[in-house]
Design a protein around this ligand. Structure first.
Ligand SMILES: Cc1cc2nc3c(=O)[nH]c(=O)nc-3n(C[C@H](O)[C@H](O)[C@H](O)COP(=O)(O)OP(=O)(O)OC[C@H]3O[C@@H](n4cnc5c(N)ncnc54)[C@H](O)[C@@H]3O)c2cc1C
Length: 448
């Protein structure tokens, strides 16, 4: 995307979360001005607590940072090469988490807020967009996320003629570290993995005997749950984020830079708060735990994107509206930010009256975009629509022309070695293809 012409009209971005913040940064860095509309603190969501941009509403983890073996780690690497603000702020605010990239949530949000506030081409408007954007906003990115305010969600649902835009997602409790009994619990990472920012002993582990575990599961099952609100009654669950999985050791992950808060990863639940405190305090080591936050389930909003959006994330029914972030049917902080990144590049190209070729389908970014805008196969079953939010994963990538069968020494690969070699080959191909796309289409220098 090169050229000198630029429309004088700004790009309007609605929602300054993970996707909207990244999109604003990408647009403004091409020389196009941005008006970024954020409703907080004037109107809050059920999950956001602050007025900070790019607030992380639950976990503080960007998941694996392993670019060679893990699809989300690869997406991190691709975003870094594309000059991502979200990745820059994450790297600058990293806290230890073994092989994962976890961040100090306040420091992370403060970095993003300060950078966007200081950008000369970005104006931040603190107001809710409470219906369809005015007709004279001709280049718009809607990045209002899973908790899009009702007025805007209703207007979009009317425009798209879609009745179901929602499902349930969950948040995990957070415990104050100094209330954990460390004579029972201990520090250890999964597989003792040191990772880029850890020590090999980053998680707090609380052990349970079989009897304790069985009693705990019984308590969870019989504990008092919150009722669904009337409008939530028919909302399906998202399978990737269901409550408590069956582990005999409960692992808590550091949640802030100071190391004073620990996240009960995987303990998303709709138990009432009193029941949560009672039941979680039966976990050895957590008998006296103080909770900074308890778990909960929330409504979530997303579009039936393969049907409603074109390949550049524009609403077919009204192409001036482009969508980004979790609303498009990706899942996760990193994925949401990455779709904000590509939506920003497309919007900037439109503003500059340029065309931008799509990112190669062999990249993590391209494969995720492909899934959202066309890769999904609609099932023919009656019932809820089959398109569901998706984390990036190697299953979305086109297969290799030929899968590796031997290692560098020429020895035939066996079992799991083949899977590892395949992932590594997919990652290497992705980064080569991304660099070529950057050089050919964006003409910005690739980062080292
Ligand atoms: C409860 C919950 C827990 C989650 N936990 C995790 C997790 O642990 N890990 C993970 O990777 N992902 C998690 N997700 C999923 C998802 O990755 C995050 O929600 C992510 O923040 C989505 O990014 P986004 O930019 O699309 O939306 P958001 O980051 O939510 O940003 C949307 C922004 O739009 C603003 N907004 C909404 N409506 C309007 C309007 N009408 N006008 C102006 N502004 C508006 C909001 O205030 C918000 O700032 C969770 C989601 C939810 C709902």
């Amino acid at each position: 995307m090169t050229g000198t012409k630029s429309s004088s009209e700004p790009v309007h971005i609605i929602g300054a979360g993970l996707a909207g913040s990244e999109a604003a940064w990408q647009v403004a860095n091409t020389g196009v001005s941005v008006i970024l509309h954020e409703m907080r603190p004037q109107r809050m969501t059920d999950a956001h607590r602050t007025d900070g941009l790019a607030e992380l509403v639950c976990s503080n983890s960007f998941r694996s940072d392993d670019a060679a073996n893990n699809a989300v780690g690869l997406l991190h690497a691709e975003m870094r090469r594309l000059g991502s603000l979200i990745m820059r702020a994450a790297d600058a605010n990293q806290v230890p988490a073994g092989g994962a990239l976890a961040v100090d949530r306040d420091g992370f949000s403060a970095s993003v807020t300060a950078t966007l506030n200081e950008h000369p081409l970005i104006e931040i408007s603190r107001a809710e967009v409470d219906g369809l954007p005015p007709a004279d906003w001709r280049n718009v990115i809607v990045a209002t996320g899973p908790l899009t305010s009702a007025a805007l969600a209703d207007a979009i649902s009317e425009l798209t003629d879609e009745h179901a835009l929602a499902f349930f997602d969950a948040i995990a409790p957070i415990v104050h570290k100094d209330s954990i009994d460390m004579s029972v619990a201990w520090f250890q990472s999964r597989y003792d993995k040191v990772g880029p920012g850890g020590t090999g002993a980053d998680y707090i582990n609380c052990p349970m005997t079989k009897e304790q575990y069985d009693a705990f599961v019984d308590a969870l099952v019989t504990g008092e749950k919150t009722d669904f609100k009337q409008w939530e009654g028919n909302t399906p669950y998202f399978d990737g984020c269901l409550p408590v999985k069956a582990y005999a050791i409960v692992q808590l992950r550091q949640d802030n830079k100071l190391g004073t808060l620990y996240n009960m990863v995987g303990f998303q639940t709709k138990l009432k708060h009193g029941a949560q405190q009672r039941i979680f305090r039966t976990i050895p080591g957590l008998e006296n735990a103080e909770f900074a936050r308890l778990g909960g389930l929330h409504r979530n909003t997303f579009l039936n994107s393969p049907k409603l959006l074109d390949g550049q994330l524009r609403l077919r029914a009204q192409p001036r509206l482009r969508f980004a972030g979790q609303m498009t049917g990706c899942e996760g902080y990193v994925e949401s930010a990455s779709i904000g990144l590509i939506a920003g590049l497309y919007a900037a190209a439109d503003a500059r009256m340029q065309s931008l070729s799509p990112p190669p389908p062999t990249t993590a970014l391209g494969s995720l975009l492909g899934h959202i805008t066309g890769g999904h196969i609609e099932t023919i079953d009656a019932g809820p629509r089959s398109f569901q939010p998706m984390n990036v994963n190697f299953g979305l990538f086109p297969p290799l022309a030929s899968a590796p069968t031997k290692n560098a020494e020429g020895v035939r690969l066996r079992g799991n070695e083949k899977t590892v070699a395949r992932k590594q080959a997919l990652s290497a191909r992705a980064l080569t293809d991304l660099d070529r796309w950057i050089a050919d289409s964006l003409r910005i220098p690739a980062a080292a």
